[in-house]
Design a protein around this ligand. Sequence first.
Ligand SMILES: Cc1ncc(COP(=O)(O)O)c(C=O)c1O
Length: 474
Amino acid sequence: MHPSSSLATQLQSALASRDERWIRRRLPDPHTSSPSSPLIDFNSNDYLSLARSPHLRSRFLHKLAHAPQVLGSGGSRLLVNGHAHSNLESRLAGFFRAGAALLFNSGFDANAGLFACVPQPRDVLVLDEHVHASVHDGVRASRVPRAARRVFAHNEVADLRRVLAELVAEDGGRDGGLRSGERSVFVAVESLYSMDGTFAPLVEIVEVLEEVFPARNGYLIVDEAHATGLYGPQGRGRVAELGLEDRVLARLHTFGKALAATGAVILTNTLIRDYLLNYARPLIYTTSLSYANIIAADCSFDMLCDGTAEEVCKPRLLPISHLYLLTQITSTQQLSRALLDLSTHFTTYLHPRLALAHIPKRLLSLPEHLTPPSHSHTRAPAPSPIIPLMTAHPRPLSAYLLALGMNARPITWPTVPKGRDRVRVCLHAANTREEVERLAEGAVRWAEEVLRAERRGAGGAGEGVWERERESKL
Ligand SMILES: Cc1ncc(COP(=O)(O)O)c(C=O)c1O
């Protein structure tokens, strides 16, 4: 491509525009992700720290050494259906108590494939406004017309009810069939939202769907990407935790976050599985996961299964240190409990410090759902490993933390809605209390410095901090 070609000019100007708006995406420095990095990881989705677990590593290497096939996979599942793939699917259908399981190369492919093909041309799609980009891509590729794609306010069951009631009210004439059940409504949610750390009110959503569509043509699809391994019995997710397996149409579990592998599985019934095998393009026209990858995922599920023994579910007796966790604890239940305890510790440590320092919300705050309830009878929110530090200046805050040896990434529009910028903190089982306290103190100190600079009239969110960001090439 010639650098002065029309194409090059258009691409460059789009990137330059992103530069100007401070939203240009760049790959982080690989050093920040290497195991030898001195940075404290508040960034990766390795929630249970399994990617660093010596137990998982040796289990994986052992299985790899004894597996009949480890390299490649030979082609699309439709051409080469390896025993390892098929066995893992049977195992997962049993483990998750589902009618059928179908592997995909990634969670993105699974959502994109499912939403593109399963809804029929006269059906309706209703999405929580915060669902993942992969669902949106699937919806865009689907045969459902734009007018039949709706969004409801994040986690607002009342708004979902309003949207569904509107659909039913509009249901008449040529488009009739929602009431009779001839047309279907698909509702897409995440059980734990990736950017906010909020939990979908799954029971209420299922109840509304069943109430508004008594013909049982309202179908819930739950993305459990971030809940996998952390919630529910044996880490089987929130649908399992709430006993909703038979009341949702499909669940997505991914292997790339808490499970330290890559790939994903859709859990559904055999009819939908067969349909996906015939129509889901991201499944049909791609080489399936390599054998080595299947073995890695299988080993992670071994860990989840092993973690069920009652004796390892007893409350912890020992203070958990980083080293202890990585070398001694093999139970994923213990890891997830340690992780969620850490999350509670972080928010309860940070909140009073923000208040004490009188940090204005625009500079730094916890989101509403993590603000402690004002009435003692209100239940505290369940902890999650995802904690957004809301700030209008996510890049300077992230750069400041980086300079203090902590890696927590800025997230801006278009990944999150405008005005909802944040530094997304991801906690891990192997993070220590001292580390999260350092993080909280670092963030508060940054906000105090910016406040002081503002009072001196020295440049908004702290010119010095912006400079530091540029230097660190975030
Ligand atoms: C909610 C959600 N669903 C799906 C995906 C895609 O999963 P994968 O990383 O396996 O492609 C992600 C990944 O970021 C996600 O956050």
